[in-house]
Design a protein around this ligand. Structure first.
Ligand code: PBG
Length: 323
C-alpha cells in the first residue's frame, strides 16, 4: 500500500515552501566586522579575505553609511594601532584608533549600532590577548586592562562591548568598571565559548595579531570539548553577560544548539574569517555558487539557534535579501 504521508505535498512549489519555512534570515540578524587603521584615505583589501578591507577612519565612515543603508543594524569594530607594546596601551587610550573611530562613525551615522571587540591582542607587540610574564599569559592583571578598555569604548560612545579574550572573570571585571564609571546600561556580549581555532587564520592577517610565540590554547577552548562550553557560558551569564556568543560558527553548530537549549539569553555566533575565506576561494575557482552557499550557511547558523550572526558576508547577504 502506498504511504498516506507524502512530505513532498508541501514542497511542490515555492509559495508553499515559503509558507512552511521554519527559518528565515533577515538583515536584522547580521553584524558586519570592520578593521580600522591609522591614516587618511586608506582602503586596503585583505588578501586572504577578498572584499574585506583595512580602512582608515574616513573610509570606515563611508563604509558605515553603506552598511547602514543596506539595513544592517550593527558593526563590530577591530582596531589596528600604529604602535604596539607589551601592555597593549593603545587598547585603553581614550584617543586610540578605535575610540576615534567610534566617535567619527557615531557622528556620521548615529543610528548604526556600534559593538567593539574588547581584547588586547591587536595592541600587544607579542600578539597575545593578555599580559605576558615568562611565557605565561597572566589572567588577573589582564582583566583589569580589559575593563579599562571597555570603559574607554563606552566613553567614546560605543553601544555594546564584546570581550573576546577568554580570560576568567573578565565579564565581572568589565561589568564592575562600567557600573562604577557611570555606564550601568552598557550591554556586554561575551565571546563565551570561543575555541582555539584554525578558522581564525585570515583574521590574524586582517587584524595583524598573530601570537609571536606559542598559540592561544592556554586560554581559548579545545575544539574537542562540548560540555565545557556550557560551563563557560554559565559563568558568563552569572557574571552578567547580556548576550553570549559561540565562535567559530560553522564547525560548532552543536554548541550553538546546546546554548540555545540551555540558556534563555540571546545567542550570537561568529561566522569567522576562515569560514568566509573558504567560501570566497571556492567561489573564485567556480566550484560553488557563492550566493546560494552564503545563504545556506547563514540560514543554518540561525537554524542551529543563533539570534545574531557576525559575518563578513553581511553586506552580500543583505543585498541578496533585498536590502
Ligand atoms: C581577538 C579576536 C580574534 C577574532 C575575533 N577577535 C582572533 C583570535 O582570537 O585569534 C577572530 C575573528 C575571525 O577569525 O574572523 N581575540
Amino acid at each position: 500500500m502506498f504511504p498516506i504521508v507524502r512530505p513532498r505535498r508541501i514542497r511542490s512549489n515555492n509559495v508553499i515552501r515559503r509558507m512552511v519555512r521554519e527559518t528565515t534570515l533577515s538583515p536584522d540578524d547580521l553584524v558586519y566586522p570592520m578593521f580600522i587603521v591609522e591614516g587618511k584615505g586608506v582602503r586596503k583589501e585583505i588578501s586572504s579575505m577578498p572584499t574585506c578591507y583595512q580602512e582608515s577612519i574616513d573610509k570606515a565612515v563611508e563604509n558605515a553609511k553603506d552598511i547602514h543603508s543596506l539595513g544592517i543594524p550593527a558593526v563590530i569594530l577591530f582596531g589596528i594601532p600604529e604602535h604596539k607594546d607589551a601592555e597593549g596601551t593603545g587598547a585603553y587610550d581614550d584617543n586610540g584608533i578605535i575610540q576615534r573611530a567610534i566617535r567619527a562613525i557615531k557622528d556620521a551615522v548615529p543610528e548604526l549600532y556600534i559593538i567593539t571587540d574588547v581584547c588586547l591582542c591587536e595592541y600587544t607587540d607579542h600578539g597575545h590577548c593578555g599580559i605576558v610574564s615568562e611565557g605565561e599569559i597572566l589572567n588577573d592583571p589582564t582583566i583589569q586592562l580589559l575593563a579599562r578598555e571597555a570603559v574607554s569604548h563606552a566613553k567614546a560612545g560605543a553601544d555594546m562591548v564584546a570581550p573576546s579574550d577568554m580570560m576568567d572573570g573578565r565579564v565581572t571585571a568589565i561589568r564592575e568598571d562600567l557600573d562604577n564609571e557611570g555606564y550601568p546600561d552598557m550591554p556586554i556580549m561575551s565571546y563565551a565559548a570561543k575555541y582555539a581555532s584554525a578558522f581564525y587564520g585570515p583574521f590574524r592577517e586582517a587584524a595583524d595579531c598573530s601570537p609571536q610565540f606559542g598559540d592561544r590554547g592556554a586560554y581559548q577552548m579545545d575544539p574537542a570539548n562540548r560540555r565545557e562550553a556550557m560551563k563557560e557560558v554559565a559563568l558568563d551569564v552569572e557574571e552578567g553577560a547580556d548576550i553570549v556568543m559561540v565562535k567559530p560558527a560553522l564547525s560548532y553548530l552543536d554548541i550553538i544548539s546546546d546554548v540555545r537549549e540551555q540558556f534563555d539569553l540571546p545567542v550570537a555566533a561568529y561566522n569567522v574569517s576562515g569560514e568566509f575565506s573558504l567560501v570566497k576561494a571556492a567561489a573564485k575557482m567556480g566550484w560553488v555558487d557563492e550566493d546560494r552557499i552564503v545563504m545556506e550557511i547563514l540560514t543554518s547558523i540561525k537554524r542551529a539557534g543563533a539570534d545574531i550572526i557576525l559575518t563578513y558576508h553581511a553586506k552580500d547577504a543583505a543585498r541578496l535579501l533585498g536590502g
